[in-house]
Ligand binder design. Structure first.
Ligand code: NDP
Ligand code: 2IT
Length: 451
């Protein structure tokens, strides 16, 4: 073993920062995982010798490409497209595509890195990947979206495949975009295969995929409470976001007896002190689907509520905080406010929504913390079931899939527990998820030798 293989955590992170200059989100994600993994492998030299963590933190490949498209006014527009294939040790690369103006290599590398551990935790054979573009879908016509998706897939198709890499949706990519991309893939390759998940039900999609991430987040919370001899019933829940994850999490939390009092988008947050019900959540879904506009108009329809422009919901007193919008949307200062207001649990619906300092505060205060890679894994898990259904050409029934999602979330919770219980009895789910997710990928990598 050379001295370079004896690095400690700080030296390891310094190396990551040096090799990936300016990629702050990627550094953050690697640090959060590495801190727990260094503890775990301290007495396991085989992982050090094979440089497993170093290899997982170096994507297998980062593909970046130009995407040209024509807007409705006939202007030529140029975007950048990416696919980060992080690790395929336990299955084909798998993970969403994000279309958002903020997308860059750092964000997609952090997401692909996280996805590797998340997919491992599901127990299904999926590696980690992520992709997307800095294309901003806001204010674009349907035809512009179609042309962009077709152009994006015209390059992406050569890098993906049902046994190679299977993208899906993420921020700004839902059933409509998956449809345009699948249509183009089929047209170019003349193959009808499960190359994307999140497809429509008429063309190879799976029941329950749409709801699965949000529902799964709430099932994970239910399991955390059960373990802590508590219940979700009667809890006051603050949720951020107004997209796929946030609205389905709200729906399931309400169904299980919680009172959801906030939702938000990039323009601000709605506080409804009476609590959302199904109809109110549906209003938000329709508002975002039809106008793609702000949730601000909610107060015109439901005057009991207030809209807080440009703010996030974490100042509202709640028992449970569920950040379901985007990365770094819950800061250290906001964590302090939540703790002061008596928060009992935080569960991450979005990927890396809490800063590392915020997570440290929750852990120190011994507050239940459900990390994204475990809590929001229900989405990719049902994507995995969509892949199985595509391979076997058999469609599972709704009830069966709902049952499988619940069971997978229970298993993920159980897998975390194996490494999560601390000397004082606190269940550190972040640590549990990092170690359980790492172990499976690491052991597969050991089996393959130095590749
Ligand atoms: P959507 O595009 O459906 O919704 C995203 C929501 O978050 C919108 O309300 C959007 O507001 C808000 N948002 C996005 N970016 C920002 C930002 N920079 N600042 C403030 N608000 C923002 O995406 P999803 O619901 O699918 O994804 C939400 C999160 O969940 C992401 O972190 C994603 O990676 C994660 N996730 C998604 C899964 C899935 O299956 N879809 C699976 C697992 C995790 P606005 O409309 O104003 O832009
Ligand atoms: O972050 C995620 O897990 C997703 N966006 C879903 C990925 C997938 O392949 O379904």
């Amino acid at each position: 073993m050379t001295t370079s293989q004896h690095v400690n955590l700080e030296q390891f992170i310094e190396g990551v920062i040096r090799r990936n200059p300016g990629e702050t989100e990627f550094h953050q994600a690697v640090y959060e995982v590495a801190a727990d993994i260094f503890d775990f492998i301290a007495d396991k030299p085989i992982y050090h010798e094979a440089q497993i963590l170093r290899r997982i933190a170096e994507p297998d490949r980062v593909i970046s490409f130009r995407v040209c498209w024509e807007d409705d006014a006939g202007n030529v527009r140029v975007q950048r497209g990416y696919r980060v294939q992080n690790n395929n040790s336990i299955g084909p690369y798998k993970g969403g595509l994000r279309f958002h103006k903020s997308v860059n290599q750092s964000i997609l590398k952090f997401l692909a890195f996280e996805q590797t551990f998340k997919n491992s935790l599901t127990g299904l054979p999926m590696g980690g990947g992520k992709g997307g573009s800095d294309f901003n879908p806001k204010g674009k016509s349907d035809h512009e979206i179609m042309r962009f998706c077709q152009s994006f897939m015209t390059e992406l198709f050569r890098h993906v495949g049902e046994d190679t890499d299977v993208p899906a949706g993420d921020i700004g990519v839902g059933a409509r975009e998956i449809g345009y991309m699948f249509g183009q893939y089929k047209r170019i390759t003349n193959r009808y295969v499960g190359v994307l998940t999140g497809k429509g039900l008429e063309w190879g999609g799976s029941l329950v995929r749409k709801e699965s991430t949000g529902y799964g987040v709430v099932y994970f919370l239910e399991n955390m409470f059960k373990q802590d001899k508590g219940t979700i019933e009667g809890k006051v829940v603050a949720i951020s976001g107004a997209g796929n994850v946030a609205t389905h999490a709200a729906e399931k939390a309400i169904q299980l007896g919680a009172k959801v009092i906030t939702l938000s988008d990039s323009t601000g947050f709605i506080h409804d002190p009476d609590g959302f019900n199904r109809e109110k959540v549906q209003w938000v879904v329709d508002q975002k689907a039809h106008s793609r506009g702000s949730v601000a108009d909610y107060v015109k329809v439901f005057p009991v509520a207030s809209f807080h422009e440009g703010e996030r919901p974490w100042g509202v007193k709640c028992d449970v905080a569920m950040p379901c919008a985007t990365q770094n949307e819950l800061s250290e200062d906001e964590a302090k406010i939540l703790i002061k207001n008596g928060v009992k649990a935080i569960v991450e619906g979005a990927n890396m929504p809490c800063s590392n300092d915020a997570i440290a505060l929750f852990r120190d205060a011994r507050i239940l913390f459900g990390p994204a890679k475990a809590a929001n894994a229900g989405g990719v898990a049902v994507s995995g079931l969509e892949m199985s259904q595509n391979s076997t050409r058999i469609s599972l029934k709704e009830e069966e899939l709902q049952g499988l999602l619940r069971e997978i979330m229970e298993n993920i919770h159980q897998n975390c527990l194996e490494f999560a219980v601390q000397a004082d009895g606190y269940v550190d789910y972040a640590k549990g998820a990092n170690i359980a997710g790492f172990k499976k990928v690491a052991n597969a990598m050991l089996a393959f030798g130095i590749v």
